[in-house]
Write a protein that binds this ligand. Structure first.
Ligand SMILES: [Zn+2]
Length: 259
């Protein structure tokens, strides 16, 4: 069975796309006999009804951000491409949590996200785009506009496929919601639901609404006190994007040259 990433690559190759602006989900859907329409879903962001050779996708009409809409469409298309092989009638109703958490424990939702991420940000293109550029949220923002994708989706891609040791943490209301890191990042364990340590800039955002968008040096132990590899003398760069409307902070951590 091909992986969701391989499925997305098959589509990219068969259409011969060369740049992100050519990847128009509605057009791919048309070729694949999938109809996309807007609807009032009252909560969920996307929905799909599918059989072996036909599908109907509904996208919540109140989604404003273009990147979010694009990702939701690609996510639903992912359900079709991955599931329609067995020809049975299926339907999925996908919440913001399913589509934006990236680490959903529902396998079919995380598969659809993996498909969408690869379809909209093919890894070869992404690696070429970030090659030799200094890590920071400025670079992630460049990726986000180049690939027409949300900042969180672009950051997630960066933190999972880049070669610079990086971790990405989403926290909400003072607690860690999810975290991810690439193979080169030396520390691993951030427990979901754990309270943000007071020695991190994120703490100041949640507790005092003091938001500094610049990168700062923080002791690695402020994030990874449970990791036995973590020495007191190790420092990391931390940079944050405060999403005030969602009471959430997206944190990028990367290794500093100071030990
Ligand atoms: Zn879904």
């Amino acid at each position: 069975m091909p992986t969701p990433t391989e499925r997305a690559q098959e589509i990219l190759n068969s259409y011969g796309f060369e740049k992100p602006s050519q990847i128009v989900i509605e057009e791919i859907a048309n070729y694949e006999t999938v109809i996309i329409e807007e609807a009032d879903l009252n909560g969920p962001l996307g929905q799909i009804y599918l059989t072996g050779d036909f599908a109907l996708i509904k996208i919540e009409k109140s989604i404003r951000e273009a990147g979010q809409r694009r990702f939701t469409e690609a996510h639903e298309l992912g359900h079709y491409v991955i599931e329609s092989v067995n020809g049975k009638f299926l339907s999925f109703l996908c919440t913001a949590e399913d589509i934006n958490s990236f680490l959903s424990n529902k396998k079919k939702e995380s598969d659809a996200n993996e498909f969408a991420s690869e379809l909209l940000m093919p890894r070869e293109w992404y690696l070429k785009f970030i090659n030799r550029k200094e890590v920071s949220f400025d670079l992630i923002k460049e990726c986000s506009s180049h690939f027409e994708i949300s900042l969180t989706a672009a950051a997630f891609k960066y933190a999972t496929i880049g070669i610079i040791p990086t971790a990405l943490i989403m926290s909400e209301k003072g607690k860690v919601k999810w975290s991810v890191s690439n193979n080169y990042f030396p520390f691993k364990y951030i427990e979901k639901g754990v309270s943000i340590n007071k020695n991190t800039p994120v703490y100041s955002i949640f507790q005092k609404e003091e938001y500094n968008p610049e990168k700062t040096l923080v002791p690695a132990s402020a994030w990874f006190s449970d990791d036995y590899n973590c020495k007191r003398t190790t420092y990391l760069y931390e940079q944050n994007v405060y999403m005030k409307n969602y009471n959430s902070v997206l944190t990028l951590l990367w290794k500093s040259e100071f030990e």
